[in-house]
Each structure stands twice: as structure tokens, then as C-alpha cells.
Design a protein. Sequence first.
Length: 226
Amino acid sequence: MTDMKIAVISDTHNLLHPEVVRIIEDCDCVIHAGDFCSEKTYNELKNIQNTDKLFFAVRGNNDKWTEELPESIRFELCGTSFFVTHKKNGIPMDTMEDIIIFGHSHRYSEEDKGKQLFLNPGSCGRRRFNLPVTMALLYIEEGRRVVRRVEIADEGADVSIPKNLPKTVKNIMDCLDRGGSIEEISRRLRLDIEFVSQIARIKVTHPTADEYAIVNKIEANNRHVL
């Protein structure tokens, strides 16, 4: 195959929008930069319609359900070399691949440095804060690469952040103090796992902060790059 249409996605977080599935069905290959959050989502993506579709994936920080997925992978398609990892800080300084793909921030970014393209497709799972739901389509045609940003229609309210933040943050902190895991707390309180993860990270870095200080920190974080 000399030409390819590639779906580049990340951070699905247990949610496959119908529009994402329809787009993937029309692609030759799927690249996922981590945070499936469950084996069920991984299998659904891997087996969408065409079982012959090429599928490449790495493990995200919320993919505790598997140790089989690698943290990073290198491969080649149509004479173009790829490096894929979940977090941007996992990219080696000396990476020489043509296209470097990562995720984690839920924020779309595309940086063409001539020979190299750095691409974060954003999140095409649950909408996080006020960020759009996005993915990317990557076309490899006769050795050329063309990228198209795709914004997925919002199919519901943003459920990633609860309305009563101080009370919810206090509940999460209490569960963490009792030794609960992020996955258990997410299930028990019916909260987005990435939101619970963010609270846990802030609690570690700011151990004396109460729920109101953590709420202020969350709001400050979301005014900048996540």
C-alpha cells in the first residue's frame, strides 16, 4: 500500500462517540496514544468493522488494566517512520522518526518541524473542562503527509467536572486518605477517572491543601496548558 488514511486518536476514557467509530471505519489504520481505561474499549477499537485494519496502541497512565501494551512503540508505514507514546515528556530527545504522536493533555496540537511532525490528536472521549473533543486524520500520499484536525460534535454535557466541586473534592480526598485507588474512587463516586487522577496529583504535590485550595488549583490549571 503506497497511500494510507490513518485515524489518530487518544484518551478515549471508556467512551467511543458514534462519529469517531464512523470515521475509523473509513480508515486503513488506527493509532491510539493511550488511556483506553478498559480492555473493553481497547477491544472495541481494535475490532471496528474491518478486522484487517492496522492497529497500533500504547499504554496510558490510566491503563492499569494491562501491562501488555508498551509505553512507546516505533514502526513504519508507507516509508514513513512513527514514534508513539502517551505523554510528551516520554519522547526521547534524540527521536529521529518522521511523525511523533502523543496524548495525555486532551489538547490538540500540531507542530511541523520540517522533517518531523509532532502531533497530539487531543481527546476523543469525554470532553474535559472546556476543551473540544478532537482527533486527527493523517494522510500518507506518495511520501507526503497531510494532517486534518477533526472536531467531534458534542453529544452531551461535560460530565468530567461535577457541579459541587468543594464537596466532591473533599469526598475524593477522604477516599484517598482511606487508601482507595483512583479506579475504585472513580467507580464508587461515578466520576471521570482523569478528574480523580488530577485531584490525587494535586494532593500529593500540595499535602496541606484543603478542598478549597485544591479547587482553586484546578481552576488555575485549566486556564493554562493541561
